[in-house]
Design a protein around this ligand. Sequence first.
Ligand SMILES: [Zn+2]
Length: 407
Amino acid sequence: MTAFDSLWSTILDVGQDKDTRGYRRFAWSDADLTLREWFGGCATARGMDVEEDRNGNLWAWWMPPGWTGDPRNAFVTGSHLDSVPDGGAFDGPLGVVSAFAAIDILRGRGVVPTIPVAVAAFSDEEGARFGVACVGSQLSTGALSADRARGLRDNDGVTLAEALNRAGRRPEHLGVDDTLTDRVGVYVELHVEQGRALDLVGRPLAVASAIWPHGRWEFTFCGEANHAGTTRLADRHDPMLAYASSVRSARTSAIAHEAVATFGKVLVSPNAANAIPSRVRAWLDARAADEATLAALVDHISAEARAHAREDGVDLQVTAESITPIVEFPEGPRARLRRALARLGDIPVLPTQAGHDAGILSTKVPTAMLFVRNPTGVSHSPDEHAESDDCNLGAEALADVMAEWVT
Ligand SMILES: [Zn+2]
């Protein structure tokens, strides 16, 4: 069995729902804690020192012989271990498993690193439990303040601070990681592709060029609750109508801007089958190739939604919840990746519409990403898939990239 295959099989049952086959590996849940132990076990089995930093991010170190003192200028590779609700097996863990496998492959080739190497697993990347994505990396770079992070709540009202305490961690330690820029020479994240671009060109691997700018906006439509039977249609102030029209407008607008726009979460008050709603809160996720297009897209969708609200006699408020600027992966590491993978031919270079820790970290350290083909493009779903041959090729490729940096 290959280095990748033997490791991959060891986490497949952690946090998997028996009915949906999807994964529920939420930050600081039992499944997450089990995966953290698994990570520690992988490190120990390889003689690597493991540490959890102040923000819950895990690091396993492979140091050059004779190295003394703190690691500096390391080659760091990894991803995350948490999932969305009913997520797939590959989003996140593929990068962590491939990182350990790449080390096994290099050791099998007799490679000894001349600079420190680390496998990293960043905490709470998906934001499935506390509503904010990339919490671990955002805390470390300072993009998310420790106070705001501690106060984040899950659907049961549990704060991140309480969840950390329950897991035996110290929420008062959350904050900027001042060692990041010294320690990390480059961060290379291998990730399953979350689209079909590679399948469409018949290639197994790609190097990332950029992450599209993206954000979330809350649209609150306020009308008037009333009886669903006795209220004349002409007398209604129904926020659901304006919301429904806005969903369709968002689609039309996304097509016009060659972008994507999604209303995927909605909260209705009072949420009764026999009542006209008083309020509809909906969240727009929008992403575009550049920041000007994203701004124009959201302006257009908001203007359309306001027009629908006026027509239906309801009020609308639009609030930006988070906006993430474009990430353009630096040319230097990208070129080095392509050079290391020259045996695979001219490797495709693709942008992605999905956010990643590599994007967050890029404000502080050089980062790069490798994508592994996903034949259906389905992600954040139990049907997410990558072929075993492609996963193994990904781990080999990561080993080649690692060798390029560390020897
Ligand atoms: Zn991911």
